[in-house]
Design a protein around this ligand. Structure first.
Ligand code: B16
Ligand code: MG
Length: 219
């Protein structure tokens, strides 16, 4: 194991609740629909535009709006979301993550972020973690979102490590599929979605240690 590729939402911090709050408000105000609670986990790892299109499909409004109108709605959601995440602090880092980052640094493992979120640099800044990572892959630069492997390949490229020498950590089904498709070893976290494709699954971020990742890699 030479590199670790981190998903952000659900692995480093829990932003899913803020995404869901913002999407719910947009859906109510602009589309007059109430999103079911299941959307909170269904949209994990799914890009902003793909999430918007899934919501339009749910509302049976997929052919009603122009690309510009859809874009404006997605931008409005992001404005609501930014308002929520601007309050993030170091206290919002998920349990075990700071310790894991320290252990990986001691073991000279390169660290890269493979998030679908265009807000990842801002979130890491707010959490006080930006300097702990060697790279952050830019989702705007990749052709296909998760479950396609692109963002994990880009994250590995940015630390100059072959994806086959990396472990990826994910909390979403689409993300685990993306890690596997990239040729890296997948460690799944949590139980909110089907992570059965992962090489190793742990119940919570508190169980993520250097030794768990190294064992998953050797398996
Ligand atoms: P943004 P991850 C994902 O983060 C979220 O899980 C997903 O709900 C969100 O739509 C996506 O980022 C895009 O986020 O609107 O901030 O660009 O799990 O890939 O870290
Ligand atoms: Mg995630």
């Amino acid at each position: 194991m030479q590199g670790v590729l981190f998903d952000l939402d659900g692995v480093i911090t829990d932003t899913a609740k803020f995404h869901f709050k913002a999407w719910s408000r947009l859906a109510k105000e602009k589309l007059n629909v109430t999103l079911p609670a299941s959307f909170e986990s269904d949209l994990k790892g799914i890009s902003r535009l793909d999430s918007m299109n899934r919501i339009l499909k749910f509302a049976k409004l997929e052919n009603k709006y122009s690309a510009d109108e859809i874009d404006a709605m997605a931008q409005y959601k992001n404005k609501l979301y930014l308002n929520e995440i601007s309050k993030l602090t170091q206290k919002d880092i998920l349990p075990g993550i700071e310790n894991l980052l320290d252990e990986l640094a001691v073991n000279k493992i390169k660290l890269s972020v493979a998030s679908a979120s265009k807000n990842a640099p801002f979130i890491l800044e707010k959490l006080g973690l930006k300097d702990q990572f060697d790279a952050i892959a830019d989702p705007a630069k990749v052709a296909h979102g998760k479950p396609a492997p692109d963002i994990f390949i880009e994250a590995a490229n940015k630390i100059h490590v072959d994806p086959g020498q990396c472990v990826g950590i994910e909390d979403a089904k689409a993300g685990v599929e993306a890690i596997k498709a990239a040729g890296a070893i997948a460690v799944g976290v949590g139980s909110s979605t089907d992570l059965s494709e992962a090489d190793t699954v742990v119940a919570s971020t508190g169980e993520l240690t250097y030794s768990v990742l190294a064992q998953a890699f050797r398996k």
